[in-house]
Structure formats: C-alpha cells, structure tokens
Design a protein around this ligand. Sequence first.
Ligand SMILES: [Zn+2]
Length: 232
Amino acid sequence: MQQLKTLAAELLQLLFPNLCNACGQPLVKSEHLICLSCRFDLPYTDFHLYVDNPAAKQLWGRMTCERVTAMLYFKKGGRVQQILHGLKYKGKQELGVLLGELLAETILQSNKPWDIDFILPVPLHKKRERSRGYNQSLCIAEGLSTGLQRPVYKNVLVKRNATSSQTKKGRFSRYENLKSAFSVEDAAKISGKNILLVDDVITTGATIEACASALHLAGVATLSIAAIAYTK
Ligand SMILES: [Zn+2]
C-alpha cells in the first residue's frame, strides 16, 4: 500500500510539478511550497509559548541553554516527515528557507523575547555537504535570519571528518566520538555573544549537546536552540 501511495505521489509530481511538500496535493497559484490547508493544520507544538516545553526539558541537565523551541511534531509517515524528506533528500532548499521564516514568526510571538546576536546552523561533514549539495540547517538558518533580522555565520561551527572506524564502534564510543566531532573555527567571533543554534529536527538531542559543548568552550554568553521538528 505504501509503495502504491509513493508511486501515485510520483505520478502526480509528473503531472503537477507544483505539489504541496507536506500533503502532496497540487498547489494553487497563490500557494508556495506548502498548501494553505497544511499551513494552518500542521501539527504545531506551540513550544515557543512556554519556556519549560518538552524539547527544553529534554536538554536540561545536559547543557546550559537559554531558550529552546521546535515548531512541529514529527511523526513517522506524517506530513512533517514528508516536509523534512523534501528538504534533506530532494534538493528543496527553498523549503528550508520558508520553514525558517515560519519558525522565526513563532519565535517573535514568544511572550518573553529571545536575545540573539547571531545564528549558527548545525554543520554537516564537508563530505556529506558536498554529496547533498547543501546543508539543510543553513537553509533554515537563512529563513530565520530574514525573519529575526540577525546574521548567519556559516563556517564558525564546523564538523570534523568522521573517522573511518566510527560505524564499527559501540553506542557509547559513538557518542564520545560525536562529542568531539564539532569545533569552533573562530572563537573570537562568538565569544560573549548570544547564539541561536539551528537544526532540522531534535530527536535524542545528542548532536545539539555536542555542538553546545564546543560553543560553550568557545565562550558564548548564551545559547538558544531552534528546530523545525521534534520527535516525541
Ligand atoms: Zn498540503
């Protein structure tokens, strides 16, 4: 059934090149990337409305962070998964920018304002970025930048190349490996600043935690986190 659905979606894509990236229905002229019905009806978390939201609580005790939000609930097989799939694997960079703009709107609606000087995307390995052609978190960061009127720094936080033996390692050492995978290239640029770190999805929080440890080591003043989706 799932295969039939995928086939039907692909056929639709051929007939109507402009389909909603969430539900797969054809878009009308005034709609852009995501149909109006999905925009209103996506599984929004409203995490921006309370500081002690589930995404924030998941990171408490593991790192020091100021504010945490994720805009949508991720459910396997749901529309948010469809959106993230388009963003990560189908070259839909403009979808990332749009999501970043929507995420910025929610942040601006928070009852307590966010203190942000710069936006940093969670980086990919150079190799991965080359094969994908882009970093999806950077696309989101660019949308956030427009909405929040704050600059994005691209190459300040970097991910080192994975060691070849990484896949053979056990879970704990993989985590240890991840912990040292990120580094800050230009600490003077972010030292004493309020940083917003951007990722596509928060699942275990391990990537964010690893980035946070590098950023705190570089002396950031405060660190806030924003993601498009959150896995319950
Ligand atoms: Zn839709």
